[in-house]
Write a protein that binds this ligand. Structure first.
Ligand code: SAH
Length: 215
């Protein structure tokens, strides 16, 4: 895998574009400038890697739009060393952004083919991301609790198991809704298990499905 000056230049432009669209966290912008997004797309699609667009990654799934990755990451208010659970590994790009920010990342994918492909790819990256095959609705009880949980698929309900796996004052970021568009929610769970919900506009994600799948 090569990361040329041309790729780095394209990445800088992409980050400038995302900054103009309203992302203000310098650490998040820096992470997007560092992680080579083209590693996560099939090589014949190189020229698409640095456009601010989602892109198909096989098995009917997409790598999220860079702006959306930055937006969700910013909402998480991450600190170095935090334990973060991602639901929906997909290409593995978002997981690497979280790892580049110094988090200990656990990520769950329900599609076996994608899980195998992405696990292999992540072994070649300089990050220690732990990838699991499983149903994200159930989370990872053995590795809980987490400081942050990020869902990268459209969830028609707030998964209760995930709320239970958050530390006090933990944050869940979730595209919520079963229709074409979802509301981006940030849910903070306080020490008394009370949920505080903030809403951040409409986004479009592929659906969060139940159980394992080979579709
Ligand atoms: N974060 C990814 C993009 C995710 S697309 C990236 O950076 O590329 C959403 C992913 O969620 C898809 O790969 C889909 O298969 C997966 N998914 C859907 N429902 C799921 C579930 N219940 N548990 C785990 N993964 C799920």
């Amino acid at each position: 895998m090569l990361d040329t000056f041309r790729h780095k230049g394209l990445r800088k432009q992409l980050v400038a574009d995302i900054r103009l669209k309203g992302i203000i966290s310098e650490t998040v912008l820096k992470a997007l400038e560092i992680v080579p997004r083209h590693y996560f797309l099939d090589s014949s699609f190189l020229e698409f890697a640095y456009q601010d667009k989602p892109f198909p990654i096989g098995s009917g799934q997409t790598i999220s739009q860079p702006f959306t990755v930055a937006f969700q990451t910013e909402l998480l208010q991450l600190k170095h060393g935090m334990r973060v659970l991602e639901i929906g590994t997909g290409s593995g790009y978002q997981a690497c952004i979280l790892a580049e920010l110094g988090c200990k990342v656990f990520t769950v994918e329900r599609q076996r083919k994608l899980f195998l492909k992405t696990r292999d790819l992540l072994q070649q990256m300089p990050y220690k991301v732990q990838v699991f095959l499983g149903d994200g609705y159930k989370g990872l009880p053995t590795y809980a609790p987490f400081d942050r949980i990020l869902i990268t698929a459209a969830a028609p309900e707030i998964p209760k198991d995930l709320i239970d796996q958050l530390k006090p004052d933990g944050i869940l970021v979730i595209p919520f809704g079963g229709g074409d568009e979802q509301d981006m929610l940030r849910i903070t769970v306080d020490a008394n298990k009370q949920l505080h919900t903030e809403k951040f506009g409409a986004f479009r994600f592929v659906p969060m499905l139940q159980n394992l799948g080979n579709d």
